[in-house]
Design a protein around this ligand. Structure first.
Ligand code: ATP
Ligand code: MG
Length: 340
């Protein structure tokens, strides 16, 4: 199978008892991409990641990382992935550098090289001066930095970050963004989950939106945003006596959803407003209205996200929300090496 994909899954299923955490999920992430996985709580993002890294066994379907099957070629797959999990799973009572050296050792790196690498990644994430400090004595933000260092020490081709910036301050968030972006620029494939939509918008070249175990959409943030509704405000030279009577049909590359009047402004909600604006101004002109100014408030990815995920919730067949357990349970399934 081709390995131009860092991740390739087909009809992936994961059931936890009667909870269907992944439902016929098919997804490809190209090598070198910065790929975002978005979805509300319980959408199945962490489950998907856990299947990739072998912490959770899939119920059905195919899952490959750089062409290797995540179960059959578990070792090979694990060697190419660095993961910063959603919940910390670190040996708390060992100095950070030692944990990193141990992790590198697990990936077959000899001790001298492991020491060099540990120093290097500690510098990359900015906690080199804490190299002899036990994980448990790091601050919350430093713990986040450390978990990234641990993901990097094996020099992975695929870096998986499960909500790396949840609850961190602005400075650390920007720092993490910079570090991850640099790694991606150097060729590391990144899979990122986040609840900060603007983070996905800024960082990712493609995002998948998931809800209730299903994939709802995959596209670049810009393409997804275009599915949303923009607001176009056209200022007229005088207050119209009512909503201008213009033909709303036949607009290429866009569509009008509503036209209203607020004082001297005609307020139009439209898909791809910038594509319809010139023709709209012409039609207003023909109807006897002079436009003097034009302003477009573009749709936001956040609105599109809410729209897409709430539609899915409406369409969902059976409610499975009663199960209160989420990540805590997933963490129980960690394999021993994940804690090194
Ligand atoms: N170990 C487990 N045992 C039973 N059910 C689980 C387990 N792990 C996850 N689930 C269930 O699977 C579904 C998906 O959970 P998952 O943790 O993958 O979601 P998520 O998208 O990562 O959510 P969040 O944004 O809250 O991290 C949820 O309904 C959850 O309760
Ligand atoms: Mg999760």
């Amino acid at each position: 199978m081709s390995s131009q994909f860092a991740i390739s899954v087909r009809d992936l299923e994961k059931d936890y008892g009667d909870v269907q955490a992944l439902r016929s999920l098919s997804l490809d992430v190209g090598a070198g991409q910065f790929f975002g996985l978005l979805g509300p709580n319980g959408a199945g993002k962490t489950t998907f990641i856990n299947v990739l890294v072998g912490l959770v066994n899939r119920t059905g379907g195919e899952a490959r990382v750089f062409g290797a099957d995540v179960t059959d070629d578990y070792r090979q797959v694990r060697d190419r992935i660095g993961i910063a999990p959603q919940e910390f799973n670190v040996d708390r009572f060992f100095p950070t550098k030692e944990v990193l050296m141990h992790k590198a050792g697990y990936h077959g790196v000899d001790r001298a090289e492991a020491a060099d690498r540990a120093d290097e990644v500690l510098r990359t994430v900015g906690i080199y001066e804490k190299r002899n400090t036990k994980f448990t004595y790091l601050s919350g933000g430093m713990k986040r930095r450390f978990v990234l260092a641990r993901a990097l020490v094996s020099e992975p081709d695929l870096l998986i970050l499960d909500e790396p910036t949840a609850g961190v301050d602005v400075e650390l968030r920007r720092d993490l963004w910079r570090i991850i972006t640099e790694l991606n620029d150097e060729g590391t494939t990144v899979l990122l989950t986040t609840h900060y939509i603007e983070e996905a918008e800024q960082l990712c070249d493609e995002v998948a939106i998931m809800a209730e175990g299903r994939k709802i959409a995959v596209a670049s943030p810009a393409e997804l945003t275009q599915r949303g509704t923009d607001t176009l405000r056209i200022l007229l030279d005088e207050t119209p006596s009512g909503v201008p009577d213009i033909d709303e049909s036949g607009l290429e590359n866009g569509s009008i959803e509503d036209i209203a009047v607020e004082g001297r402004e005609v307020v139009v909600t439209a898909k791809r407003a910038n594509a319809v604006a010139p023709e709209l101004v012409r039609r207003l002109d023909r109807a006897g209205y002079q436009a003097t100014n034009l302003d477009i408030e573009p749709a936001s990815l956040e609105e599109v996200f809410v729209d897409l995920t709430s539609h899915d919730a409406d369409d969902a067949d059976e409610g499975e929300d009663e199960s209160g357990e989420t990540d805590a349970d997933a963490q129980r399934l960690e394999s021993p090496e994940a804690t090194t």
